[in-house]
Design a protein around this ligand. Sequence first.
Ligand SMILES: [Zn+2]
Ligand SMILES: [Zn+2]
Length: 376
Amino acid sequence: MRAVTFQAPGEVLVQEVPEPKITHTADAIVAIEASGICGSDLHIYHGRVKIEPGFTLGHEYVGTVIAAGEDVQAVGVGDRVLGCFQTACGKCFFCRRGWFHKCDTSRTFGHGAALGSLPGTQAEQTLVPNADLVLRRLPEGMSDEDFSRKVNEDKSSVQNSCDFLETSGFNAITSETDPKSRMADIEKFTLAFPDSKYQEPVSNYAMYTLGPGQLNDKERLVSFGEKILASNPNSLAALLLLANYYGDDSKPGSGAKAITYSQKAIEVAKPDAADADKSRKLSAGAAHNTIGWVYLKQEKTAASIPELRTAAGLLKGQDDQQYARALYGLGFAYGKLNKLTEAREVLTEAVKIPGPLQGMSQDLLTKVNSARAKGK
Ligand SMILES: [Zn+2]
Ligand SMILES: [Zn+2]
């Protein structure tokens, strides 16, 4: 019979394998009609979970029983069945309490020797041990279309309560004042509603909560940002968070990461598009600012100037502190390149903006002015 087998990371093959045989009185053999491809299969495919080359994949399946051992009672030959992805013994400490998923001798289909050497279900036939526990008969006369219609009906009938819970969960996050509890709520919420319509605001709450003045946990903040990007690679909030973090970090390689995240943020924000709103322009401005400052740190002074100029253009009148940072960076870069007129121009603008960079801009302006005087 034919089966989908794992060969090596990145390589699967449909090949001939021996048909399964009943080896125990509680076994059944199912002729497979449909089998799912699951995220767990991808762990194997990508090489994160190791299994033996040639092993048959798959663990979600529908089919018809074509053979059954003499002790199999719940299903019989000719029954259309749906099966569980793993087997259980039904007798151990855990099984007797109904915790079949923790069974001492549980085996998982399609996961190699490590999980019980049970060949998978992406095959024409599959051996199912302990068939009484593992298989369930499908309702008589129910076609695949009927079944999927029923699943959809069940889903839409609980949709309202699901929406209600999702909104209540989001409201709980926004009204929680203790950062520690808020972060715990956010983690539970993200698990329960992975595709939530509140994903963007919840991510923003998470970053705020893990940020300075709240939990101030940089490592967790970065891993949260990476988690968000894994599910939504275009999350501007996460891109800016990571750009900012790596921009301030002094470890080797951090500058390059900051630039990559910033460039992606600019690509997503599209500040030049006709429909770009204030927040997208601000995001792009912050990203150009980060790139400019990384270049300054790397002593790529000439390259920093166009980035900081673009940043200043986008941030002017929108975010005073970010604007002041771009101007100060520009003043520094021009000064270094001995373009004193340009340096004076931007620093004169920077000293008008109250904030932490005002004094530093004033000092730099004084230096630039005295250099100009000497040059004359
Ligand atoms: Zn699965
Ligand atoms: Zn058990």
